[in-house]
Design a protein around this ligand. Structure first.
Ligand code: ADP
Ligand code: MG
Length: 333
């Protein structure tokens, strides 16, 4: 190339860099909060199309809930299937394939057909303890192994069974949000829906593990991780006290009662939102030993926090966890 041509290229490149530096929209940073899927969500975006992307995320999450996943919104795909005891499930077949796999590999500790039982547990401002016989009856109408799914149609052999995506819905939303963000001019994103977080961008992120006994802004540890998904299931999330006992929303599919195994929370790290969410619930039910095996089986990092204030970080998580509250001890195996 001649010297003049080189000079022209350099001038154009410099002008472009200067333009990008001046054009604040390229790095536009926004934070937006909204309430959806029965929980608070926060979207933090950096990039030229942050405003549009935030709006798209908000409407996508709302639609995914009311039109597809919710079991209380009467027209959703899940509600219609629950009403009819099965039918065409093509719109949720990708999710079902993953969730049936987690049900099987967790030996039924994760079971998204427990809806009849979860319906009995109300975590409203006026909670009541469900009747024991009602729980037994609802349990008899649960069990993923009673459902037949051929990839398109699902058939509830027990028509009183109820599908409940509560244990994986937020993770599903994160996977759908990821697709939206990949098609937008966004350089960095942190999206949290309840206890599930999506991280996108070419950097190391820091994600806090909540203090199970503190308020929502207090943390016991930090995870220093690249982009991906993180999900925490905790017994502090939805709970009530009755007769001096605490009851929370993660249920043991064998008893129909809240899991009581000494764990306070389980955090999973992986690339897939649906997996991190389902596995955090599954590992909470399974407890430390079996939960660790399940997370290993899926190649996911996992952190268990116990009532004794011990923290077990496994399957790689030991390399990126930092305990920040000295009341908690990291147990090295
Ligand atoms: P959160 O909704 O707080 O993020 P989880 O992801 O752990 O917490 O999901 C808990 C929800 O999952 C419950 O509210 C209920 O709807 C459903 N659920 C409870 N127990 C189970 C279970 N053993 N398997 C699958 N889903 C469950
Ligand atoms: Mg979950």
């Amino acid at each position: 190339m001649k010297k003049t041509a080189v000079a022209i290229v350099i001038i154009i490149a410099a002008a472009l860099v200067a333009f990008l530096a001046y054009d604040g929209t390229v790095n536009k940073e926004i934070t937006s909060d909204f309430f959806s899927m029965n929980t608070y969500s926060t979207v933090k975006l950096k990039g030229a199309e942050s405003d549009e992307a935030a709006e798209e995320i908000r409407s996508l999450t709302e639609k995914l809930d009311t039109e597809i996943l919710s079991r209380t919104s009467s027209k959703s795909v899940v509600s219609v299937l629950n009403k009819n005891g099965g039918g065409n499930a093509e719109k949720i077949s990708d999710y079902l394939n993953v969730l049936f796999d987690v049900c099987k590999k967790s030996g039924g500790a994760f079971d998204f057909t427990l809806g009849a039982v979860s319906d009995l547990w109300s975590f409203s401002s006026n909670p009541v303890l469900p009747d024991e016989t009602a729980i037994k009856d609802a349990l008899s109408h649960s069990g993923y192994d009673k459902m037949k799914f051929d990839g398109k149609e699902i058939d509830y052999s027990d028509k009183a069974a109820v599908i409940d995506f509560g244990g994986a819905g937020k993770g599903i939303a994160l996977d759908e949000i990821k697709t939206v963000l990949e098609n937008k001019k966004i350089r960095e994103a942190v999206v949290s829906i309840g206890g599930s977080v999506l991280l996108m961008g070419d950097k190391k992120f820091t994600v806090g593990i909540r203090n199970p006994e503190g308020n929502s802004g207090s943390y016991i540890a930090k995870l220093h991780i690249p982009e991906g998904c993180v999900s925490t299931s905790g017994s502090y999330e939805q709970q009530f006290e009755f007769g001096g006992r605490k009851y929370h929303h993660i249920l043991d599919p064998e008893t129909g009662y809240p899991v009581d195994n000494g764990l306070l929370s389980v955090t999973i790290v992986s690339d897939s939102g649906i997996l991190t969410d389902a596995l955090s619930t599954a590992c909470f039910v399974l407890g430390y030993e079996k939960g660790k095996e399940l997370a290993e089986n899926y190649g996911c990092g996992v952190v268990f926090v116990t009532e004794e204030k011990k923290v077990y970080a496994e399957n790689g998580a030991e390399n990126y966890i930092e305990i920040t509250d000295n009341a908690y001890t990291l147990v090295m195996q």
